[in-house]
Ligand binder design. Structure first.
Ligand code: GCV
Length: 882
């Protein structure tokens, strides 16, 4: 961990200069340092960087900025730096000087459009007569800190030190939401449990919370809402608030404000009132008193996030009140303290009638909020998910952004990859977010891209200033050392911060800087990783849900693997209406009318088949399977081809990654290799499930004859078994042939098959199912001789809770370079893990993300060494083969 690099605590940095000797050398790369590794760079390039750091201000954040400069520069440049904290004035000699614009005698941008609180910093580098000076000026301590981080980032990625650069944040709200529960679980968190809470209390050791705030701040994020929007009902007790104040203390040096998600029933549940009607005078008074109590403990508290009248949360609708009624009561209580309300636009009915052709969940945002436009208090911001459904691999942007003209808005995106591979697949989401941000909604027939709407520029305040708005990332970082489990996933958090600061930043610049800081400045490493990340969204979209249908994951389970029809014929409203005659939701004027919620130019574009883009076709239209796309292909053939191409592209990550062996540290090399190998195999599960299902539904064959034909594949249920039993898999498309085999004998079972292939060396891929609770064991043998053995111990996100054999638990192990000749016998032995109690009552809280988070089910935690098939492929095809 880089934390082992010596760093004096902030408290120890006094007014006296402190010499800091860089401790260099090797440290374990566990990913905890993320992009703040401060690895050595060519020091000669930066020899003019002064070794004295002068901090003019005395706030805790300015001191953090000085300490961070010392830590980063000494580590990267390999020499000593000294900090002069709370200095009296600008020194005459060489120095890096950090302070307010005023203290540095510089002027901030004179822009009356700007909200007064918007962070701005400038870096000036002068180098005259051997006297180098770097000035970092900010219009707030936070801004000074951002300037310090920016200088470090430029050096870390071997850029020139800016001679003169000014940066201004796009909007005041740049927050993350963490969906942590007080019991320590995290809803839709895929990197371990909470580093804020455990057993209904705030953790004693909040070092990691502080480290997290440092990471956030380094990319300009200045707020963190630490608890689930499905908030614990007793969250606001005085006892809890005193504990939350400790988190705020941990965040404070890094200029990150603490915020909380609240449940609107708190006046009743915590306050003991008979009602939580927002317009009841006792309720209003309760909120005011509660907010005052919070600020007495946390003077820089950020505000509340509210999920109400949605997915089982109670809300103002219970009393016939509107979102504005509820939000405004909170807004008025927070306003005197400078706090804000982020009221979520994610309000919809999850008991829709799927038989009703007019019913449409996508309509809910506009239907529920547009009529209250202009009725919200000035410190209320409507927090709107990027799309009208729920963080799918592709959706159109939410029309609500253009339906509110007199209301503050923030964009909510999800760094936690709920529908996009749960940090077991690499998907660089800034590519998607940039597409969202750049989408021009053309309100009032003028240019109104989403980015300018949430920056508050498109529909400004009556006095011409920008509306307060911004950007929220649902991140759900956990206790896994590297924060998000997949080393590549941190590029999403980094990219979020960068786009929230400036949505116009080019993607290639963002990813390249992240790569250099995270993996080093070796050009081969950087080019390889940049190009993998830049195409990863398209690749993931390509092997999951096509043409705007939604991700097609199992929406009634854990939103991870394929589960196509789980979206149909239930109240959740994620329907895509796959019928005999065709597929897609008709959201045109003749259908649900959703397209008409957009301003006229976009409404017309989406409503017409002639102009609706191919990648959103099935979101807006119901078309036959042989419908001709703009690309000239039929829909069905395009689906088949895209799935083959994309799964192959995901498979290629492995050999591309292997070219970097020895160029990066072994720890992270191995971790990524393992995850890419998993992704490659799971992409095939997706490919086959989607293609088989479309083949079955459309009854149209793949023109290239690939779908349903798997050369070299041996179905487990057709092999000679020693003890294995055949079982049906549900849904059928998530197992090859719809079947698998399980072994219920503690001694183990076997599968065997004679080899008919020509003599040669092969890759042998075993496709099996792995639930996290159990660790079955497998061994592959040829002619009685062991060639490989492995435990089924993947840490797949749903598998901890989901013992089912399906597209969520299907995984593969590939043995390379196996010599086979006709007449050989291939044997797979499986030994189940029978330790789990049969039908044990689960004592833990239901799975994060369970549809009913409070449900307790009976579960069978035994793992019966289940196998789907064995595939032989050409040797050196590199794992895994088609
Ligand atoms: C926190 C989706 C997720 C839920 C989440 C909800 C929300 O439905 O699956 O886990 O709840 O969105 O954003 O409120």
């Amino acid at each position: 961990m880089t934390r082992s690099i010596l760093m004096p605590t902030l408290a120890r940095i006094g007014a006296l200069a402190i010499l800091f000797l860089a401790v260099r050398g090797s440290f374990a790369e566990d990913g905890s340092a993320a992009w703040l590794r401060y690895a050595p760079v060519p020091a000669a390039k930066y020899e003019s960087v002064p070794s004295r750091i002068v901090v003019l201000g005395d706030s805790i954040t300015e001191r953090a900025a000085g300490a961070e400069l010392m830590r980063g520069l000494s580590s990267m440049l390999g020499r000593s730096f000294a900090v002069d904290a709370a200095a009296r004035g600008i020194p005459h000699e060489k120095a890096i000087v950090i302070g307010s614009y005023q203290a540095l005698g510089l002027k901030a941008t004179d822009n009356t459009q700007l909200d007064a609180g918007i962070a701005e910093y400038s870096i000036r580098f002068t180098h005259e007569g051997g006297k180098a000076r770097i000035l970092i000026a900010g219009n707030s301590p936070n801004a000074e800190l951002y300037g310090a981080f920016h200088l470090l980032e430029e050096i870390g990625s071997t850029q020139e030190i800016p001679a003169g650069e000014t940066q201004i944040a796009s909007a005041p709200i740049r927050w993350t939401d963490e969906w942590d529960n007080l019991d320590g679980t995290i809803e839709r968190g895929y990197a371990g449990s909470s580093f804020f809470f455990k057993d209904e209390h705030v953790l004693t050791d909040l070092q990691r919370a502080s480290d997290y705030a440092r990471l956030l701040s380094s990319v300009g994020i200045d707020g963190c809402n630490v608890n689930n929007v499905n908030a614990d009902l007793d969250l606001l007790t005085s006892e809890h608030l005193r504990e939350f104040a400790r988190i705020a203390d941990a965040f404070r040096p890094w200029g990150v404000k603490l915020a909380l998600s609240i449940d609107l029933t708190a006046p009743q549940v915590v306050g003991g009132l008979p009602t939580f009607d927002p317009l009841d005078a006792t309720v209003t008074a309760w909120w005011k008193q509660k907010v005052d109590e919070i600020y007495s403990l946390i003077p820089d508290f950020g505000g509340f996030t509210v999920k109400a009248d949605s997915e089982g949360r109670k809300g103002p609708a219970q009393y016939g009140r509107s979102p504005a009624d509820a939000a405004n009561v909170l807004g008025r209580a927070l306003a005197p303290h400078g706090g804000v309300v982020l009221y979520r636009g994610f309000v919809y009915n999850n008991h829709l009638d799927w038989r009703d052709p007019k019913a449409d969940r996508a309509r809910a945002g506009v239907d529920n909020f547009a009529r209250f436009d202009g009725q919200f208090e000035p410190n209320v911001i409507i927090q709107i998910k990027e799309g009208p459904i729920d963080f799918q691999a592709r959706e159109p942007v939410s029309p609500l952004f253009a339906a509110l003209r007199h209301t503050n808005m923030a964009l909510e995106v999800q760094t936690s990859q709920e529908y996009t591979g749960q940090q077991r697949h690499m998907v660089w989401l800034p590519s998607m977010w940039k597409w969202v941000l750049d989408t021009d909604l053309q309100a009032d027939n003028r240019s109104t891209p989403v980015k300018e709407i949430v920056e508050g520029q498109s529909f400004p305040l009556p006095d011409g200033r920008s509306r307060p708005g911004g950007f929220i990332s649902v991140t759900n970082a956990g206790i896994d050392a590297n924060w998000l489990h997949h080393p590549m996933a941190m590029a999403n958090l980094y990219g979020f911060g960068k786009l929230a600061w400036n949505p116009n930043q080019p993607l290639d610049r963002i990813i390249d800087t992240w790569t250099r800081l995270t993996w080093g400045n070796d050009p081969q490493v950087d080019t390889t990783i940049d190009s993998l990340q830049l195409k990863s969204w398209q690749v993931y979209e390509g092997y999951t849900g096509p043409n705007g249908m939604g991700t097609l994951t199992n929406i009634l389970g854990y939103h991870f693997g394929p589960g196509i029809e789980s979206a149909e014929r239930n109240g959740w409203g994620q329907w895509f209406r796959g019928e005999e005659d065709g597929i897609g939701m008709d959201r045109t004027a003749a259908g649900t009318g959703f397209a008409q919620q957009y301003p006229p130019p976009l409404a017309a574009k989406y409503d017409s088949l002639a102009s609706c883009p191919d990648d959103l076709l099935l979101f807006f239209h119901h078309v036959p399977y042989d419908y001709k796309l703009h690309s000239g292909q039929t829909l069905i053939q395009s689906i088949y081809d895209t799935h083959y191409l994309s799964a192959r592209a995901a498979g290629k990550y492995v050999p591309q990654w292997m070219t970097l062996k020895g160029r990066i540290d072994d720890d992270r090399y191995r971790q990524v290799l393992q995850l890419f190998t998993y992704q490659a195999g799971h992409a095939l599960v997706w490919r086959d499930a989607i293609n088989d299902w479309f083949h079955w539904k459309s009854r149209i064959a793949d023109a290239q004859g690939r779908v349903g034909r798997h050369d070299g594949r041996m179905e487990a249920e057709n092999m000679t078994t020693g003890g294995y039993e055949s079982v049906d898999v549900t849904p059928w498309e998530t197992a090859s042939g719809g079947k698998a085999v399980v072994c219920r004998s503690e001694a183990g079972c076997s599968l065997s098959a004679p080899i008919n292939q020509p003599e040669g060396r092969y890759d042998v891929a075993v496709q099996y199912f792995d639930s996290w609770r159990g660790v079955s064991k497998f061994e592959l043998l040829t002619n009685g001789k062991s060639v490989a053995n492995w435990p089924a111990n993947d840490t797949l996100p749903p598998a901890q809770f989901d013992p089912h054999l399906d597209g969520q638990t299907s995984t593969r192990f590939t043995v390379q370079d196996v010599f086979l000749k006709p007449g050989d016998t291939l044997v797979l032995k499986g030994v189940p893990d029978m330790r789990g109690e049969l039908n044990a009552h689960s004592r833990e809280q239901a799975a994060p993300g369970a549809i009913d988070p409070h449900a307790r089910e009976q579960r069978d935690y035994r793992e019966f060494a289940p196998v789907d098939y064995i595939q032989l492929g050409p040797n050196g095809g590199l794992t895994p083969q088609d």
